[in-house]
Design a protein around this ligand. Structure first.
Ligand SMILES: O=P(O)(O)OC[C@H]1O[C@H](OP(=O)(O)OP(=O)(O)O)[C@H](O)[C@@H]1O
Ligand SMILES: Nc1ncnc2[nH]cnc12
Length: 179
């Protein structure tokens, strides 16, 4: 169900392109696969715009979380005229300025980022899926440690029942779709 009451027909069609795969990457996980949505030009544009619309004029850059968050963040940055900060998994950046560890529905990981923009830059944090919230909490902490002002958190698909919204605990959390 879309969280935007007046969701455009395009956005509703985009939602229908998210594929659910049982037991991936391990038994018991219902994996939400956004690749069919990404492959559809109109759906990709509609979702990139829906991710940033509630925050219009309130951010200077978007931050996307590796790997799927990068795909949406690139599109959202172009759609909104913002810069892009890659929040990368450990060991990929040549000179990370900060790192944060976190737990996932199916493992553990570390995120890192550079500090290429000035302190106080307003950053909108983006990702494809909100599950337990561990990735976004760690990413938000990471951006704050780098001196950025996190203007909001925006996610394409919120999975109910895993406590992600409560873990993030941010009134400025926007999710386009949920189930
Ligand atoms: O709310 P959480 O429980 O933290 O889970 C959500 C995160 O899990 C997935 O990333 P994953 O680490 O699987 O990496 P990928 O984007 O490289 O596939 C997804 O893209 C989110 O970043
Ligand atoms: N169920 C799920 N589907 C897609 N991405 C995820 N990240 C964490 N849980 C996920």
């Amino acid at each position: 169900m879309s969280r935007i009451p007046e969701a455009s027909a395009e956005l509703r069609r985009a939602e229908s392109l998210i594929r659910s795969i049982p037991d991936h990457p391990k038994p018991g996980v219902l994996f939400r696969d956004i690749t069919p949505l990404l492959a559809d030009a109109a759906a990709l544009r509609a979702t990139a715009e829906a991710l940033v619309a509630p925050f219009a004029g309130r951010f200077d850059a978007v931050a996307g979380v590796e790997a799927r968050g990068f795909l949406l963040a690139g599109a959202a940055a172009i759609a909104s005229g913002a810069g892009l900060i890659p929040v990368r998994k450990a060991g990929k950046l040549p000179r990370p300025a900060a790192a944060e560890d976190y737990a996932l529905e199916y493992g553990t990981a570390t995120v890192e980022a550079h500090d290429d923009l000035p302190g106080g830059t307003r950053v909108l944090l983006l990702d494809d899926v909100l599950a337990t919230g561990g990735t976004l909490v760690a990413s938000r902490r990471l951006l704050e440690r780098l001196g950025y002002e996190v203007a909001g958190v925006s996610v394409l698909f919120e999975i109910d029942g895993l406590g992600g919204r409560e873990t993030i605990g941010d009134p400025a959390l926007h999710t386009v779709f949920r189930s």
